[in-house]
Design a binder for this molecule. Structure first.
Ligand code: LMR
Length: 396
């Protein structure tokens, strides 16, 4: 039965990592997948997480399975991190949170929930968006559509086109928004623009669904959460998919969360019962270890403070690399203006490099960049910057 099958195409992002590993070029650079690397090009265990791990190991293993939606203390800490401890959705018990395997797990659980509980709802994605979004929602049987987001000529937000499209999204459809550090463009709405988008959401009646995978990597933990918090106005339903891959460096532990906000506490409880059915039918219950690390960090004031410094270090290094990248390109005599890269937020830079240029960089220089021209700035170091900019100068 399987003999008729042909090879599926490699994954647009993780497929690059596989190809990178096999590349014998000693100068190769991986700027593909969104994984943080330090100034030595290594993906570190964050000091706060390392300390938390000692405590978790001392506490010993958990017996049996976790609850379907994970540890209650994890849910409470995630809610406080995302919404702020005093937010009305927490005080009024209108938010329910499930621990999911990574942000991708949260997106898929939400997709199954939407498909079964909001049948016929279309899901709207920004153009462009993370390449896996379409696959996740389509795999769950949800029809997707796109709204304009990026102004390629201005290297910025296409705000007029965006607002005009979101005004026309039918009530009851779902709009996926990136909470901060838009992937792949690095272009986020400003605070007043978020406010306008929230007003449009209220008038049009669509369901906001935030993918919040880079919390803390933009302007700061509080600043980056402002859009999500501002959208959670009284009476509004909402979904938030969190990932702790990047801000805790817990990539392979698969730690994420799906938070669902409802207009009342009863509605939130009922909705959560359906989310739990989706989880049970999907992976049954979540893995414990990564969530225990997050709990250990966020519940201890000392480790929490250390973690906030760790996140700041990541953010600062990325921003330093953005500047060095722009300066080095300039120093190479490249006349094309790349200064916009310094205004983009988070791990990625939408470089404007074409598919052909990206292919040449990979084949001739061993530099791995996602086909859309998205560059992981966190893969740049002072040591590889000259080689990278020299290669870019040549393909340009
Ligand atoms: C990325 O966009 O590179 C990350 O979110 C990792 C992934 O799973 O694609």
């Amino acid at each position: 039965m399987f003999e008729r099958l042909e090879m599926a195409p490699p994954d647009a992002i993780l497929g690059l990592t596989a190809a990178f590993r096999e590349d014998p070029n000693p100068r190769k650079i991986n700027l593909g997948v969104g994984v943080y690397q330090d100034s030595q090009g290594r993906t570190p265990v964050l000091p706060s997480v390392e300390a938390a791990e000692q405590r978790v190991l001392q506490a010993g293993p958990i017996e049996g399975y976790l609850p379907i939606d994970g540890l209650p203390e994890y849910a409470a800490l995630v809610q406080a991190l995302v919404f702020g401890a005093d937010h009305p959705v927490i005080r009024e018990k209108r938010v329910v949170t499930s621990h999911t395997p990574g942000g991708t797990g949260a997106l898929r659980v939400a997709a199954d929930f939407i498909q079964t509980q909001l049948p016929g709802a279309k899901l709207w994605l920004s153009e462009p968006t993370w390449v896996n979004h379409g696959s996740i929602f389509e795999a769950a049987g949800i029809e997707t559509a796109t709204y304009p987001y990026y102004d390629a000529a201005a290297h910025g937000l296409a705000f007029e086109a965006l607002t005009s499209a979101l005004r026309k999204v039918p009530a009851g459809d779902v709009v996926l928004l990136h909470g901060c550090c838009h992937n792949p463009t690095g272009v986020d709405p400003a605070q007043d623009q978020w406010q306008q988008l929230s007003d449009i959401c209220g008038q049009a009646g669509w369901l906001p669904f935030f993918d919040f995978a880079y919390h803390g990597l933009g302007d700061g933990l509080e600043e980056d959460a402002a859009a999500v918090r501002g959208f959670a106005v009284p009476g509004r339903d909402m979904l938030v998919a969190s990932s702790f891959s990047k801000n805790f460096g817990l990539y392979c532990q698969r730690v994420g969360a799906l938070s669902l906000v409802a207009a009342t506490s009863e509605a939130a409880k009922a909705a959560q019962s359906h989310v739990k059915r989706s989880i049970r039918a999907n992976y049954s219950n979540p893995p414990a270890h990564g969530a225990r690390l997050v709990v250990a960090v966020l519940s201890d004031p000392e480790l929490r403070a250390r973690w906030e410094r760790d996140v700041k270090d990541i953010r600062d290094r990325i921003n330093t690399m953005r500047k060095l990248f722009v300066d080095t390109l300039q120093a190479r005599g490249i006349t094309q203006d790349f200064s916009f890269i310094q205004n983009q937020k988070g791990m990625f830079s939408f470089s404007g490099l074409t598919k052909d240029q990206v292919d040449t960089l990979r084949k001739d220089y061993g530099i791995y960049i996602v086909g859309s021209g998205r560059i992981n700035v966190a893969g740049m170091t002072a040591a590889n910057m000259d080689y990278l900019c020299e290669a870019i100068a040549r393909v340009l």
